[in-house]
Design a protein around this ligand. Structure first.
Ligand code: KG4
Ligand code: ZN
Length: 334
């Protein structure tokens, strides 16, 4: 079964052709990072306009590279939430037009489900049930993947997402957008134990996260240095901040897995590219004898192959959407 998948929830315009859920025939990603960099973050209105400019070309490229034509597709899958409403609408509109014109079934896909599904592409042997830590620019979830398309969310962030915290701290120490990869690189030259930033734990919600406190702690630390006329050591700050965030992500995931007796763990979302998080999760799983899965970086950040994979399983479960499919910016998982 061949699926044409489309993703436009934030600042990447992406299209892919995926066969039988897990084989990627093409995966085209047009990033808008160079544009948003000028503003220090994603500007929603600009994101929507950029998606409109390139989406047809990205879809054409995905089909060409796959060696297949639109008529050979068995379904069209598209991210319909969560994400920026204007950005989502561009992908949803394109998918609806193609599905109508080529008379193909249309399947709306949850973006977070897409991130989790990147693991199925990277690991053909992986089957549910397992536990997944999803950490991206918009979300930080601990999820039990009970079956294909069946989720139980155990924990989520109460305020900022992990990636958002990386981006905000990067801006504060003058690294620019997007902050995650820049903090990751700079942290390699710093001491992760130079400054002790707080790891927030929420009473009665041991699997939830809160990252606004650690972000404020970095800002306060920078302020206190500047009042004393001292120069901050950016590499130490990056490493110490990264230590606090990746530490809490790993610890909460391990606690959830132990409490629920789950011994198979996966990692997903843009923050899953982070080298410290990858190392910590690998070590923590090894220590406990858990199986551990993570996608390569290209499948961790936003892409359409993961949407094609999630869409395949949704299609198999019977999901079909019509011309009334709409963007749902705050779409929940499960
Ligand atoms: O999944 P994604 O591409 O988009 C969303 O769905 O949000 O995630 C983007 C986020 C950004 O906040 C970015 O800074 C973060 O992932 N990110 C990283 C790294 N690479 C990307 N964070 C930490 N370390 C990285 N190496
Ligand atoms: Zn994403």
């Amino acid at each position: 079964m061949k699926i044409l998948a489309i993703e436009s929830s934030c600042d990447e315009t992406a299209a892919a052709v995926v066969e039988d859920g897990r084989t990627v025939l093409s995966n085209i990603i047009a990033s808008q990072i160079e544009t948003h960099k000028l503003y220090g973050g994603v500007v929603p209105e600009i994101a929507s306009r950029k998606h409109i400019e390139v989406i047809n070309q990205v879809i054409d490229e995905a089909l060409t590279e796959s060696g297949k034509s639109l008529s050979e597709m068995d379904a069209i899958c598209v991210t319909y939430g969560p994400g920026l409403v204007g950005a989502l609408l561009v992908g949803v509109g394109a998918a609806k037009a193609l599905a109508y014109a080529a008379d193909k079934p249309l399947v709306g896909v949850n973006h977070i489900e897409g991130h989790i599904s990147a693991n199925f592409i990277a690991h053909p042997e992986l089957e549910p049930p397992f536990m997944c830590l999803v950490a991206s620019g918009g979300h930080s979830h601990i999820v039990i993947v009970k079956d294909y398309g069946e989720y139980e969310v155990l924990g989520r962030t109460r305020d900022d997402a992990a990636g958002e915290a990386f981006d905000k701290v990067a801006r504060a120490i003058g690294l620019g957008y997007p902050g995650g990869p820049k903090i990751d690189a700079l942290a390699k030259q710093g001491d992760p134990f130079a400054v002790e930033f707080p790891k927030a734990v929420i009473d009665d919600a041991p699997y939830d996260f809160s990252f606004s406190g650690v972000k404020s702690a970095v800002l306060n630390y920078l302020n206190s240095l500047s009042m004393k006329g001292e120069e901050p050591n950016s590499a130490d700050i990056a490493a110490s901040f990264q230590e606090a965030v990746t530490g809490v992500l790993t610890e909460h995931t391990m606690k959830a897995a132990e409490d629920r007796g789950i011994r198979k763990i996966a990692l997903a979302g843009g923050v899953a590219c982070n080298s410290a998080l990858r190392e910590k999760m690998t070590a923590a799983c090894e220590e406990r004898g858990f199986e551990f899965y993570m996608p390569p970086a290209i499948l961790c950040t936003d892409n359409a192959a993961m949407i094609g994979c999630a869409g395949y399983y949704e299609y198999q479960k019977g999901r079909r959407d019509g011309p009334d499919l709409n963007a749902v910016p705050a779409l929940k998982l499960g």
